[in-house]
Ligand binder design. Structure first.
Ligand SMILES: Nc1ncnc2c1ncn2[C@@H]1O[C@H](COP(=O)(O)OP(=O)(O)OP(=O)(O)O)[C@@H](O)[C@H]1O
Length: 228
């Protein structure tokens, strides 16, 4: 546990649908500056767990708390703390990439929103596509837009569901460095991933999701997802 205190806490959490659990019960306590990798086979329940930790779906039993606040995305105080990026996240069909990012920057009262947006466009290699609407983007460009929006806003807890998907190797490496630097700045990160290298580059501990949920080092978890 981090000396900087627990940020995300879940005790005997059971996640699933219509009262049916998708995986074993889990307990987590993640501190400021820590990166919790979440791994498991296809369909193991990683995204379900991540969505529950992000407050996007209710647990079957147990509670999720962030800084002691019950997970509830309708609560302003919770939303301020938590940024989550999922593949199914939505866009406004008539807003361009730049307009989406400006909306996020202004909505979170970032200083110099225009400048910050240009930095994100550059980091995610989106400058050339900044003025097109989501429909005209490739799936990887849409993914990068969502990640840019999720990473640029202030948050003490960042939940990323397979952020490496549809990113090329250079972008994956840059993303790993970015995640690490956010954690170095004090953010807590939950990272669902199938990428052993991203896990090794970032995670400080890992949750292996299965019928039983266990804690593992990033080396052990990376070996599991690499099929070793
Ligand atoms: N909305 C839903 N309603 C009912 N069952 C669902 C729903 N979404 C997912 N599931 C089921 O819950 C189980 C866990 O799914 P989940 O998406 O959490 O797995 P995952 O570990 O993230 O998988 P992957 O690695 O393939 O992304 C799967 O059996 C899936 O079919």
């Amino acid at each position: 546990m981090s000396s900087r205190g627990t940020v995300l806490e879940a005790e005997r959490l059971v996640v699933g649908y219509a009262g049916a659990p998708v995986c074993g019960e889990m307990s987590v306590a993640v501190g400021a500056g820590e990166i919790l990798g979440v791994v498991g086979f296809n369909g193991a329940g990683k995204s379900t767990a991540a969505r529950t930790l992000a407050g996007r779906q209710l647990p079957i039993s147990g509670e999720v708390k962030v800084h002691g606040l019950l997970a509830n995305p309708d609560a302003v105080a919770f939303r301020r703390e938590v940024s989550a990026v999922f593949d199914e996240d939505l866009f406004f069909p008539s807003l361009t990439v730049r307009e989406h990012l400006l909306l996020v920057a202004r909505g979170h009262s970032l200083p110099d929103p225009e400048e910050q947006v240009e930095e994100e466009l550059s980091f995610f290699g989106l400058q050339e596509r900044a003025d097109v609407v989501p429909e005209s983007l490739s799936s990887g460009q849409r993914r990068r837009t969502l990640l840019a929006a999720g990473l640029m806003r202030p948050a003490s807890l960042l939940i990323l569901d397979e952020p490496e998907q549809r990113l090329d190797p250079v972008m994956r490496e840059a993303l790993g460095r970015r995640i690490r630097s956010l954690a170095d700045g004090g953010a807590t990160v939950v990272l669902v991933t199938h990428d052993p290298q991203l896990l090794l580059d970032t995670a400080t501990s890992c949750l292996v999701i299965d019928d039983e949920v266990t804690l593992a080092t990033s080396e052990v978890a990376a070996a599991i997802i690499a099929g070793a």
